[in-house]
Structures are given as structure tokens and as C-alpha cells.
Design a protein around this ligand. Structure first.
Ligand code: UDP
Ligand code: MG
Length: 264
């Protein structure tokens, strides 16, 4: 049977590149099925360079608990700074609903259970979307001569994703980290659930998502903290108040004057 990475690449219509040996298999929970043949791929042809050149392509990860306001703030940042906004969750939901996708059911189960979808799928979807945006040759600041700027929202949520993306896809520049209490997040998510139609905006799924966030995503924040890459923003106030701070951080990043590992 073909290794999982190869099957995924085929399903997503991407050229297959072997992954490195020793990568962890996707999480298998009692509820979520692990994809078949999650064995390690041969290391011989492992890529030594990243897919995108980080001197041309700026990648900012946007993290924070479910309902912290990542998507809302990203929408505003796109308008001011000409970013391409890629939400990992949205890309997964689009793949889930794609008629010919063989991963639809798998993705649906992981999302409902608040679990992290096997990283190969999410990373390929992101890589695909980045490539498309760069090929499109967008207008706007930061997009001339093969350059581009991306807000990657809701990713990486697990250490394996973070390490693989930085090493093989593109070295990230910054983590914008939106923090607030579970109480605030729960309130926002239940409100959103009234109209979002999302299968995970219900109390049961939300509790599971909070747990995954604490246990699996917080170590990612710690990892980037050690690298001095995190700008933390209190996401409890109003949308405009939070945005003022987020916008100031991005301005400083592009001006080269940002102090990392700061709380603003
Ligand atoms: N998800 C995932 N890997 C990722 C990002 C998201 O598996 O890298 C899944 C995960 O199950 C998560 C769900 O998608 O709970 C919803 O993510 P989204 O970012 O849309 O949620 P938000 O943070 O906006 O509430
Ligand atoms: Mg979101």
C-alpha cells in the first residue's frame, strides 16, 4: 500500500515529495480513524530546501484558542496590509466538502472531535493555496517579483506541523498570539454557532477543542516563545481595540523594529 503522504498528494493533485523518515504517525483516537498505512516514507530523496524562500515570502502564524478572534482580526489585517489570509480550518472544511475528496469523512470526524487532522493533509492544502496565490501574481504591497505575504490562521496547532512547515515549506517570521479566557471564547463560539452552521460550534465539541488547545497547541506557543517569535495580544476587549494592537505589531514587523516575545 502506498504511504499516506503519497496518497494524500495524489488526492490533492500535488506532485509528491517524500517526507522525512521518522515522522510521527497521525493521532489515532478511540473516535477518529487513523488513515491506513501511516508508515514512514523513504528518506533518500528528502527535500533539503524549503518549498518557498522566506526572504521573499513572509509567513505569519495566527494562533489563539477557538473563538479568540483569529479570523475576525485576519480579515481586518488583510484589508490594511494586502495579506493573503489562509485559514487552515477553512481549507480543511473546503476539502471535506470537495466532491471527489477521499478525506471528507476523515476530516469531518477529526473536526467534530476537536482533534488535529493528520498534518500531511493540512500542510499540502496550505502549500497548494500558497502556490496558487503566488502564481496569481496579486496586486498590492509586498507582492511584486515573486514576493508574497501570508497570514496562516489556526495553524500550526501541533508540534509536528510546526516543525515540518518551518523546515520544509517556509520558515515563519512571527506568531500573532491572541489570548483570552475560556469563558469569553465559549460565549463567542456559542454566539457564532447560532449562524455559522459549523459542526464543531456546539458545547460538546467546544469542550474538546479547548482541551486540544491546552494540551496540544500550547506547546507550539512555548516552542515559538523560545525562538523569540511570539507577539501576544489580549483578545478580550472589543474588535477595534484588539485590532489597533495587531495592526501596530504588523507595522513594526515590516519596519524591522518589532520586539518579539512581547505582550502588547
Ligand atoms: N484543524 C486541524 N488542523 C489545523 C487547523 C484546524 O485539524 O491545522 C481542525 C481542528 O479539528 C479544529 C478545526 O479544524 O478544531 C477548526 O479549526 P478552525 O481554525 O476553523 O477553528 P477556530 O479556531 O477558528 O475556532
Ligand atoms: Mg477561525
Amino acid at each position: 500500500m502506498a504511504p499516506i503522504i503519497e496518497k494524500i498528494a495524489q488526492a490533492l493533485h500535488l506532485p509528491h515529495k517524500d517526507s522525512k523518515k521518522g515522522e510521527s504517525a497521525p493521532p489515532a483516537t478511540s473516535h477518529a480513524p487513523a488513515p491506513a498505512a501511516a508508515g514512514s516514507a523513504p528518506a533518500a530523496d528528502a527535500p533539503k530546501t524549503q518549498v518557498f524562500d522566506s526572504s521573499k515570502v513572509t509567513v505569519i502564524f495566527v494562533l489563539g484558542g477557538p473563538g479568540a478572534g483569529k479570523g475576525t482580526q485576519c480579515d481586518k489585517l488583510v484589508r490594511e496590509f494586502d495579506f493573503c489570509h489562509l485559514s487552515a480550518g477553512d481549507l480543511l472544511r473546503a476539502e471535506q466538502n470537495r466532491e471527489k475528496s477521499e478525506y471528507g469523512e476523515l476530516i469531518r470526524t477529526y473536526i467534530k472531535e476537536g482533534q488535529i487532522v493528520p498534518m500531511e493533509i493540512t500542510i499540502k492544502l496550505l502549500e497548494n493555496a500558497m502556490r496558487a496565490a503566488l502564481a496569481e501574481g496579486r496586486a498590492g504591497e509586498g507582492w511584486a517579483e515573486g514576493k508574497g505575504r501570508f497570514l496562516i490562521d489556526g495553524f500550526p496547532r501541533k508540534m509536528d506541523q510546526a516543525l515540518k512547515f518551518d523546515e520544509e515549506v517556509c520558515q515563519s517570521s512571527l506568531v500573532l498570539f491572541f489570548t483570552t479566557t475560556e469563558e469569553v471564547m465559549l460565549k463567542r463560539l456559542l454566539k457564532r454557532g447560532e449562524t455559522s452552521g459549523r459542526e464543531d460550534d456546539n458545547e460538546e465539541s467546544i469542550k474538546k477543542r479547548f482541551r486540544t488547545y491546552k494540551e496540544t497547541t500550547m506547546p507550539v506557543i512555548e516552542h515559538y516563545n523560545k525562538q523569540g517569535k511570539v507577539a501576544s495580544i489580549d483578545a478580550s476587549p472589543s474588535i477595534d481595540e484588539v485590532y489597533e494592537k495587531a495592526s501596530a505589531v504588523i507595522k513594526e514587523l515590516f519596519a524591522g523594529t518589532l520586539n518579539r516575545n512581547v505582550t502588547v
